[in-house]
Design a protein around this ligand. Structure first.
Ligand code: ZN
Length: 597
């Protein structure tokens, strides 16, 4: 039975009262910003429309008002979503969350004209604006926009594209409502005929079970639903690919890949290097599958055997206080300042909502905004996984804190490309500490296995996904029609290549692509594999040279104030050279050897 929120000690609940001391305060701030005139929303910003090219004064006032309002809205939103996640059945929280969500949509709709209008200003004039000290803080923001200018169309063409944007989202929306609302899974049985519910939330837990019957039933029942809809799901995915291709063509990009990588200034070579390097070293993954086969004593490893532990589960139960201490010890490598900031966050600043309570949001995340502390939601029970989650989310929160401290509001939101580095870095240093301190051999094996599984899921599997995306988008570029059987064939071949001769690609696995929401955000998942490898690379660098920590921390402090390529280059990481990927795979190999001995 879950506890009530009132049963939890204050020290284990997050301090959202520091954002707004009460709901009343929230409403006061909301009333201040809410447009009074339903027909002229955000008129203090709208009044600049069609005037941005008149003077730098108008230009800078408009941007200042825009970012100030965005900042205030973000603060209101942060409080509302944290408050709601404490108890998803709380009507008061639902109400304020609804209010601010609607207001954000209004804000976006009523300010969507700003960036296109900036891009219509003559470049020479814009560059002259930027010389003005009052616009100093907007320089990189404008630079980024200017880079997009070469792919910006005439005003009329832009208007047509903008008007088509809602129709272009339909495939994604239909997939998401099928996937989240319409598809219902049947209950499944374990080896003793006990019944379990199957859902998106429980699926992965079942796959980790020791009971092969339960794992197989979970996998088959789950994917059968997608197989039943395979033709419609093909059309949706194909539609999404065609839409991406349409916009990419209209904007005169060479390919959909270039289109998606362009805003972050990532060279397509980074993407190709990832796939090439992983494939050249794929024998490491094959060895891992063979090890699974031997340990699980099966003829062939199926997808439903890949996520179960091959060593006896260790009940490494730790209290939250112990877990905090372990995580704090692990970050010592980053210096006293970092450690003390995190310590303060975990203790007196109360970043974390620790325990599961009635109707609290499940899972774990890190959140916060420029005008709040970083906050972390946990459902802590004390397992090894929970300690890694605490380390992971602390990494995100420290990234947020350092970016907020060192950047102005507009550059405080670090890009997705860099987002997983700080979190995964902290997992790696926790792993190193545990390997050193755990005494028993079986405990060591347990966490090595845990890390091997992580590397499989994040580095290898996401690269397989990335290659699949590249292939299917390329087919569209070459005018080859995508059919269900073609998608399944490509998918099967990839799985066979990546997982090798000891792996059986089940017929149902060939339809796995049909359930992956990320494929509706093209060329996104490769960032997980890259971020993971960079984090590992940086954590190894610090071990060899402790003074490297300053360079590492500079990545976190820079937020979004430069392109990821440059931010990483300043920390001696050249993303155009794949050494960090080779080293990540070498590390995987070493762990594998270590495990066997
Ligand atoms: Zn994360």
């Amino acid at each position: 039975m879950n506890k009530n929120r009132s049963d939890i000690e204050k020290k284990d609940k997050w301090s959202i009262e520091k954002i707004f001391s009460s709901e009343k305060d929230w409403h006061l701030a909301y009333a201040e910003i809410k447009p009074k005139d339903a027909f002229l929303k955000f008129k203090e910003i709208l009044c600049y429309k069609d005037k941005l090219n008149e003077s730098e004064k108008i230009f800078s006032s408009c941007l200042e008002k825009y970012f100030n309002t965005a900042r205030k809205l973000e603060k209101l939103f942060t409080y509302a979503h944290l408050y709601l996640d404490e108890d998803l059945s709380n009507d008061k929280a639902k109400n304020i969350f609804g209010l601010i969500s609607n207001l954000l949509v209004d804000f976006e709709t009523n300010t969507a004209w700003i960036e296109p209008e900036i891009l219509q200003i003559e470049e020479k004039k814009l560059r002259k604006y930027l010389l003005n000290p009052s616009l100093k803080d907007f320089r990189f923001y404008i630079e980024k926009l200017l880079k997009l200018k070469q792919h910006t169309l005439s005003k009329e063409q832009e208007e047509i594209l903008a008007r088509s944007s809602q129709s272009l989202e339909v495939c994604d929306l239909v997939f998401s409502s099928l996937n989240n609302a319409d598809i219902k899974f049947n209950n499944i049985l374990d080896k003793n005929n006990k019944t379990y519910p199957l859902s998106h939330a429980t699926y992965f837990n079942h796959l980790q079970s020791e009971d092969r019957v339960l794992r197989k039933n979970a996998f088959e029942n789950y994917h059968q639903k997608y197989l039943d809809l395979q033709n419609s799901l093909t059309e949706l995915l194909y539609g999404n690919i065609k839409n991406t291709n349409f916009v990419s063509n209209a904007r005169k990009y060479k390919s959909s890949l270039e289109f998606k990588l362009f805003p972050n200034n990532i060279d397509a070579q980074v993407y190709f290097n990832l796939i090439k390097t992983v494939k050249e070293n794929i024998s490491s993954l094959h060895k891992y599958v063979t090890l699974k086969k031997e340990k699980l004593q099966v003829d062939k490893v199926h997808i439903y055997d890949l996520y179960t532990s091959i060593v006896k589960k260790i009940e490494l139960k730790k209290s939250y206080e112990e877990a905090k201490k372990i995580v704090l010890d692990s970050v010592s490598i980053l210096g006293e300042d970092y450690k003390n900031m995190l310590k303060k966050g975990l203790n007196e600043d109360r970043w974390i909502d620790v325990y599961e309570t009635k109707n609290k949001k499940s899972g774990a995340y890190s959140s916060g905004c420029y005008d709040s502390l970083p906050y972390i939601l946990l459902n802590f029970e004390g397992s090894l996984n929970d300690i890694f989650t605490l380390a992971h989310e602390s990494g995100h929160s420290m990234h947020t804190l350092l970016a907020n401290k060192n950047q102005s509001y507009i550059y405080s939101h670090y890009p997705i490309f860099l987002a997983e580095i700080a979190s995964i870095f902290n997992e790696h240093i926790l792993f190193d500490l545990l390997i050193k301190t755990l005494k028993k051999e079986e405990e060591k094996k347990y966490i090595i296995n845990f890390m091997l599984d992580n590397i499989n899921r994040i580095l290898f599997r996401q690269t397989l996904f990335a290659e699949f995306e590249l292939e299917i988008h390329n087919m569209q570029n070459k005018n080859i029609p995508l059919t269900t059987s073609l998608l399944k064939k490509i998918y099967k071949e990839l799985y066979q290549f990546y997982y090798g001769k000891d792996f059986e690609v089940d017929d149902l696995l060939q339809v796995e692509w049909a359930r992956v929401p990320h494929f509706y955000s093209p060329f996104y998942v490769y960032q997980y594999a890259i971020g993971f490898s960079i984090a590992l690379f940086a954590s190894k660098k610090i071990k060899k040279d402790p003074s490297y920590k300053e360079k590492y921390l500079s990545i976190l402090k820079k937020g979004d104030s430069d392109y990821p390529l440059n931010i990483l280059k300043d920390a001696d990481i050249d993303i155009l050279k794949p050494v960090f990927i080779t080293e990540a795979i070498q590390y995987f190999n070493d762990l594998l050897e270590n495990f066997k001995n």
